[in-house]
Every structure is written in C-alpha cells, then in structure tokens.
Design a protein around this ligand. Sequence first.
Ligand SMILES: Cc1cc2nc3c(=O)[nH]c(=O)nc-3n(C[C@H](O)[C@H](O)[C@H](O)COP(=O)(O)OP(=O)(O)OC[C@H]3O[C@@H](n4cnc5c(N)ncnc54)[C@H](O)[C@@H]3O)c2cc1C
Length: 396
Amino acid sequence: MKSYDIAIVGAGMAGATLALALNRLCQTPLNIAVIEAYQNHDDKRHPGFDSRAIALSFGTANILKKLNLWQQFLPFVTSITDIEISDRSHLGLADITAQHEQVSALGYVVELDNVGRIYQQALKASPNVDYFCPAKVNHIERTLEQVHIDLSDGTQIESRLLVAADGALSESCQQLNIPLKEIDFEQVAVIANVSTQILPQGRAFERFTQFGPVAFLPMSEGRSSVVWCMPQQRADSMMAADQQTVIEALQHDFGWRLGRITKVGKMACYPLLLRYRENTVSHRFVAVGNAAQTLHPIAGQGFNLGIRDVLSLAEEIALTQQTLGDVGDYSMLSRYRQRRQQDRQYTMSLTSSLVHCFSNELPAMRVGRNVGLLAIQYLPYLKQPIVKRTMGLVER
Ligand SMILES: Cc1cc2nc3c(=O)[nH]c(=O)nc-3n(C[C@H](O)[C@H](O)[C@H](O)COP(=O)(O)OP(=O)(O)OC[C@H]3O[C@@H](n4cnc5c(N)ncnc54)[C@H](O)[C@@H]3O)c2cc1C
C-alpha cells in the first residue's frame, strides 16, 4: 500500500488547481495522489474540461498569478472590459466597465479544454504527484490516523487527508454519507459558441428574459460564448430545431447589441440545480468546488467561488504542515470550514435570489428589478459591492 499526505479525487478545475496550489504553497513538497476517472482531456465530453468557455473573475486571475499558473493561461484568455446587465423589453440597465474600475480587465474568458491541457501537463510534470487515471474510488475506510482508499484499478493507497473534488454528485461524498441538498431551478442551460455581425471586443452581456437569463461572453476568434437558460421543454425544441430557427429565437431573447447573429455552433444542455452540502468537512475529509456547491451559472460564480475554497484549503494545509505536521488534522479542517462559511453562504444565496427574482414575470417583481437595476447603475454605494463580487474581490 502506497502512503500519501493528500489524496484528491477528481482532477477537474477544482482538484487540479488544488494539487498545483499545494505544490506552490507548501515549503516541503507533499506526496499527493490525484485520482481522475476520465482519461482523455482532448475529448469535448470530458466532464471537467468540455467545450464550455467560462468567465474567470479579476480575483480568480490574481489567485492564478499567485499560484504561478496565470502565465500559462494568458495565451488562451479573452479579456472582459465591459459587462452590461439588462432586462429584456424593460428600462433597467446596469453597466460595469474596466475603465471605471481602473483595471485592464474585469475578468477573462477561458475555454475549458485549453485549461484541461495546461493542467494535465502540469500534474504529469510534478514529481511529487501520482496521477491515477483512469481510476475511481471503489471503497473508502477511515481510521484515526489515515484514510484507506481502494481504487478501481486495483491499487490500494492510504492518505492523511481525502479531498473530494469529484463534481456535483461526488461519489466520495456519497460513500461517506455526506448529505446533499438540491434546489431545482426547473431550467436548463443551452450553451453554444456564437458568431455575430459586430465583434464583442471585450463586451459581456447578461440579459434577463421571460424564459430565463441569457449571457454572452466574449471569446476567441471574435465569437461569444453563450449560456442561454430556459425551461426544459423549450430547450428540447431548440436542440431539435434547425440553425435558422435557433438564431431567430436567440436574437429575439438577446436583441441586437451585437448586430445580427450569423452562426450558432454545436449546442449542449446542462440541467440547472443548486446542489450543496451544508457540511463540507468530516474526519480526514473535505469537499471542494462543485462537490461542495454547484451553482446556477447565471452570474458566472461557480469556479470563481470554487477557487477561493481551493486557495483557503491549500493555505491551511501549508500552515499545518509547518506546525502540527499532520495535514489531515481536524483543527485544520475546522479552521478551513470557518474561513469559507460566509463567502459560500453569501454567494449561494445571491445566485439563487438572482434566479428567482429575474425569472419572475409578476408585474411587481418586474418593476422592482428594473428599479433595482437603475438604482445599481446610479447609486455607487449599491453598485460597489456588486462590482466587487463580480470581479471576485471577496474576503476569504
Ligand atoms: C453552463 C455552465 C457555465 C458556467 N460558467 C461559469 C463561469 O462563467 N464562471 C465560473 O466561475 N464558473 C462557471 N461554471 C461553473 C464551473 O464550470 C464549475 O464550477 C467548475 O468547472 C467545477 O469544477 P470542479 O472541478 O469542482 O467539478 P467538475 O468540473 O465536475 O470536475 C470533477 C472531476 O472529477 C472527475 N470525477 C467525477 N467522479 C469521479 C470519481 N468517482 N472518481 C474520480 N474522478 C471523478 C470528473 O471526471 C471531473 O474531471 C459554469 C457551469 C456551467 C454548467
């Protein structure tokens, strides 16, 4: 049986970032096992690194800089310089600009398949990381001092700490009976890369419509990455429709800010639920990223919250390595839980409130949110906290 300091299950955005963050922050390299079920990072169906593009906030970019990873992201990112938030067919409109915030970009869009490649190379080049792939966790047993893990490829390992970074339905959490709560938004997100007559040139849009929010993020080759939220039934008919019908429906929902929509690329569908675990730590165990909470993508907060989990955990582990030595000690987990409580709760409830508020077509709600958007635009004391959170400038 091979012994490790840390075993990380899942090498998606959260798990892979954690392994690399530990390499950067720990004074003496820890022995790390990374266990990933899905082998081919070039496959667009990879659950962690599929064809999606996601927005990394200004704060996330700063974390990646601190971890010496940003340099590798740079060739693949598109800057976001403007974010416009509006309610379809109504007056309310709020605008956040990099110029006003005196930064070169509010955030960046990155295509996940590029990140998958960067991360896989970095993990394979780390001599202290053993990368078990493809492999799953068959059985977990905890003793006072260790976690014993049986892998699906027959390998047996033991570790001081087990980190679940295996996504929303986390089998590791299930095996340890860590309860999962779910709120179904009764919507799905249709995603696609879209070409438009006017190039986005750094402009991102979040627009609320009667069916749900639609977001356009500027991406490579002058395209926009679109997250288009709607009820399942409408998504089914969009997925079955021809290109022209899809373009017309999207143009109707999004409007003409980027001129005519000329092409909609391959579409994919994601169910939208808030999934979260109230308790993310237990004896020699912690869940991070989507395994801890999976958010609605409405405000692009999922990984931006997940990376704050990851950095706080890596910092606590690095500190414990220097003091107690046992990186799975419960006092470390307890400090980590306390540090993350407020940000997690606030971001989860903010995202859910946005979905409820902006999916409601009751006249009072419509008036309320339009007044709200105008107030955000014109009252700096209301706008500033929202701008800070959008930019990921959040206390950890
Ligand atoms: C449509 C959409 C748009 C989004 N847009 C944004 C955005 O703009 N900004 C943002 O910050 N976030 C966004 N998100 C959220 C973001 O994509 C996720 O928060 C992030 O990718 C989650 O990473 P993760 O590593 O926690 O989980 P996952 O990506 O689910 O990775 C889990 C990994 O674990 C592996 N795995 C699963 N089970 C096992 C097992 N039993 N054993 C071993 N390995 C296993 C999987 O193969 C995978 O590699 C969006 C999400 C969606 C759906």
